[in-house]
Ligand binder design. Structure first.
Ligand code: UDX
Length: 445
């Protein structure tokens, strides 16, 4: 099939490349000339394992190309995939201006029947708006289809090529068959539904996963008070197939380009129809508070943070990505600065992106994990990069001025800490508060 993908962000670029890998002819379009020039030189604007190689092989096979000429790409395609951004507005609502502009441009370029398939995450009813815009600016017949994207950063290619399910929302039988055929090489798990339900599935899925994370983070906070181990609690819960073991890792809360944005957007969507989504509002609030537990733990051990040097390992919102959007590290570092600390920060690949968010005389960006830890009063681990999880505790302890480690991702085990004098606090594992050796609380019944 011949596809045009409008928007070469995470979703557009990965989807386009994966569809070309399946043998389709794909033209990826973006308004930003520098981005297209980069891609044409074989450079990739985002860090995603395996993406560069896949782009190269599909370009060499002549199935994948890049352009800024949207009209030409639309004219040469049967299916136009909308994958432009829907960033949050200050009130949390999704900004649909890129979607609307793209729909108009697509309509004006149409030279015959097209299927317009939306992959951007859009509020319920948006695909109907897209259809209205296309009808206004084009005389040609078309169908709209909502196919929400569920890929995760860091494993985007694997997720796209091996999806758990494909959701296809449309009111056109012909378009449903065509889009099913496009996805059938990926999975048999295809759900055909109406457009509004497809749009809702994406928000509901992300909101549910965010809820699991906030839930386990609150359980972790209670574990810290009652002397239980949250990793054992989630393991025990996860064996129950009705609960499932994924997304039950306690930590410093979720970040990234999706969960924070989509939870806020769903609260707004509900609000527009006079429904207060109380549960989801709490999920967001719990997530906001969770990151500050790192600061509370530092203060428990060090007291006043003013004048102290705090090392931070990990700036990306999760490993295997250079994405720092809504990364918990931002607010944690900002709070450290506000409390008068000096910060030495390191991330294997996200530092350049983080610097665009935060340049401050009290923050020194370091070129290595060792440099960041050297002579620091304490170290906070905020992203579970393999490089950090494999670091020897003995070596780390020698680098630090004081052997204090706040592990925001529960990556170190009892065995790794055994016999070291490291003062260690993690999340929801009070039995591992080594160095402090807190007495287990006496529980009142
Ligand atoms: C998410 C969804 O998983 C994906 O389906 C959707 O398309 C986009 O949003 P992504 O943001 O790339 O993907 O990353 P994900 O792996 O889901 O992690 C999101 C955040 O949750 C990260 O900050 C991660 O550290 C955190 N998280 C995840 C936890 O704190 N605990 C967990 O158990 C899982």
């Amino acid at each position: 099939m011949k596809l045009a993908v409008v928007g070469t962000g995470y979703v557009g670029l990965v989807s386009g490349v994966c569809f070309s890998e399946l043998g389709n002819e794909v033209i990826c379009v973006d308004k930003i000339q520098e981005k297209i020039e980069m891609l044409e030189r074989g450079e990739v604007p985002i860090y995603e394992p395996g993406l560069k190689e896949l782009i190269e092989s599909n370009r060499n096979a002549g199935r994948l190309s890049f352009t800024t000429d949207l009209a030409d790409a639309v004219r040469r395609s049967d299916i136009v995939i909308l994958a432009v951004g829907t960033p949050p507005l200050p009130n949390g609502e999704a900004n649909l201006s890129y979607i609307k502009d793209a729909a108009k441009e697509i309509a004006q370029a149409m030279n015959g029947y097209k299927i317009v398939m939306t992959k951007s995450t859009v509020p319920v009813g948006t695909n109907e708006k897209i259809a209205a815009i296309i009808s206004e600016y084009s005389v040609h017949h078309f169908d709209t289809v909502s196919v929400p994207e569920f890929l995760r950063e860091g494993s985007a290619i694997k997720d796209t090529l091996n999806p758990d399910r494909i959701v296809i929302g449309t009111d056109s039988q012909a378009a449903a068959e065509r889009i099913s055929a496009l996805h059938r090489p990926l999975t048999d798990q295809i759900l055909l539904t109406d457009i509004r339900s497809a749009e809702m599935i994406k928000y509901a899925s992300n909101a549910f996963l965010a809820t699991k994370i906030s839930f386990i983070n609150e359980i972790a906070n209670i574990c810290e008070k009652v002397g239980a181990d949250v990793t054992k609690v989630s393991e025990g819960m996860g064996f129950d197939k009705r609960i499932g073991s994924s997304f039950l890792k306690a930590g410093i809360g979720y970040g990234g380009s999706c969960f924070p944005k989509d939870t806020q957007a769903l609260i707004q969507i509900a609000g527009h129809v006079d429904y207060e989504f109380k549960l989801l509002k709490s999920v967001v609030e719990v997530n906001r508070d969770q990151r500050f537990n790192v600061i509370n733990k530092l203060e428990t051990i060090l007291g006043d943070l003013s004048g102290k040097t705090i090392a931070v390992w990990g700036l990306a919102f999760k490993p295997e990505t250079d994405d720092v959007r809504d990364a918990p590290a931002f607010e944690i570092i900002q709070t450290l600065i506000d409390k008068g600390a000096h910060v030495k920060a390191y991330d294997p690949i996200a530092t350049d992106n983080f610097k665009k968010l935060l340049v401050h005389p009290e923050v020194k960006y370091c070129g290595s994990a060792v440099e960041a830890a050297e002579q620091a009063d304490a170290l906070c681990l905020l992203t579970e990069w393999k490089e950090f999880t494999q670091f020897s505790i003995e070596a780390l302890q020698k680098l630090l001025k004081r052997p204090i480690l706040i592990d925001g991702r529960n990556v170190f085990s009892e065995e790794q800490l055994a016999g070291t004098p490291m003062i260690y606090y993690s999340v929801g594992r009070p039995g591992m508060n080594q160095g402090v050796r807190e007495q287990m609380p006496v529980l009142q019944f």
